[in-house]
Design a binder for this molecule. Structure first.
Ligand code: NAP
Length: 283
């Protein structure tokens, strides 16, 4: 649908979803979700609203008053919204972070779709069910914690959290009963290696979080960095014949879970992936 066509189709019945946070103008969510609405031809639109820290309660009140049907939540509001929703999923309660608000009748329900998005990407893109696997998650920030929690729920056999700051590693490892804090030298023994640090991200620390000699051909290597789509870790892993998955899958699948919570419809994954690829190419 052209830009003008999209605008002309907005009318009194159009339903609204939005992302809130600060900064928010750089967010990829409007292009992903508007592409999904257009692909299914449904009467929805998605906007970005800058909302500063401390104003999360006001934003939820506005969601209720204005009849907004879905909210994505980004920094610095994830913790504040987790405490302000009417009801929260177990993931939100454990993580203290909410990245998606959906309506259930009159209730505003807080979800965290990051970890579920990661696991869904493994399953749908590589046919990999992590249950029974041995996994190393490198990193212990917001994304890593969501992934550790989701992998724990998915029934991994063993999970080691490796992180620069040991205190953060301990917090992340407490989110899954199978998880312990460990070090990089354990990597050769695991099945799945996940980079959930910002190492390799554009503008972040350069290079790979894993020395190449610790990678093995039996590894499935996942890097959740999506800008750039290809990273030094993924290149090293491919060179030795390991299976790889980049951050685009998690980005699209976490958005797809939100889309399905809001609309009740199956998300058009191809259209959403294409919107991200175009956005990244234009960045
Ligand atoms: P965060 O909360 O700031 O956590 C950053 C993590 O990286 C921490 O574990 C931190 O270790 C580690 N780190 C940063 N610089 C480091 C360095 N120089 N050496 C070693 N470790 C370092 O960030 P986040 O929100 O979790 O995001 C992490 C990455 O995931 C970003 O690249 C982000 O774009 C990406 N991400 C992707 C998706 C997706 O859908 N694909 C979703 C969310 C995030 P310390 O604990 O020691 O500080």
């Amino acid at each position: 649908m052209s830009g003008v066509g999209s605008l002309l189709s907005i009318r009194g019945t159009t339903r609204l979803a939005a992302v809130i946070g600060d900064p928010v103008r750089h967010s990829r969510s409007p292009s992903i979700h508007n592409a999904a609405f257009a692909a299914l031809g449904i009467d929805w639109v998605y906007l970005a609203f800058p909302v500063a820290g401390g104003q999360g309660h006001d934003a939820l009140r506005a969601m209720r008053t204005l009849g907004i049907d879905g909210l994505s939540v980004t920094m610095p509001l994830k913790g504040e919204i987790a405490g302000a929703v009417d009801r929260r999923t177990e993931a939100v309660a454990r993580l203290g972070a909410c990245n998606c608000v959906a309506r259930d009748g009159n209730e505003l329900v807080g979800h965290n779709t990051d970890g579920g998005g990661f696991v869904a990407a493994l399953k749908s893109e590589l046919g990999c069910d992590p249950s029974g696997s041995r996994v190393a998650v490198i990193g212990a920030g917001g994304a890593a914690r969501a992934i550790v929690h989701a992998l724990g729920q998915s029934g991994v056999d063993h999970l080691v959290v490796v992180n620069r700051s040991p205190d953060n590693a301990a917090v992340a490892a407490a989110l899954a009963p199978q998880a312990v804090v460990g070090s990089l030298d354990l990597l050769p023994d695991v099945d799945i290696v996940v980079n959930a640090t910002s190492i390799g991200m554009e503008g972040g620390p350069p290079g790979s979080p894993v020395p190449a000699d610790l990678l093995r051909s039996h590894h499935l290597v996942a890097d959740i960095v999506y800008q750039p789509l290809d990273t030094p870790l993924l290149r090293d892993a491919r060179l030795i014949g390991a299976q790889t998955i980049g951050g685009l899958g998690m980005l699209v699948h976490q958005a797809a879970i939100a889309f399905e919570l809001w609309t009740g419809l199956a998300a058009p994954l191809d259209a959403m992936s294409e919107a991200v690829r175009i956005g990244l190419a234009d960045a």
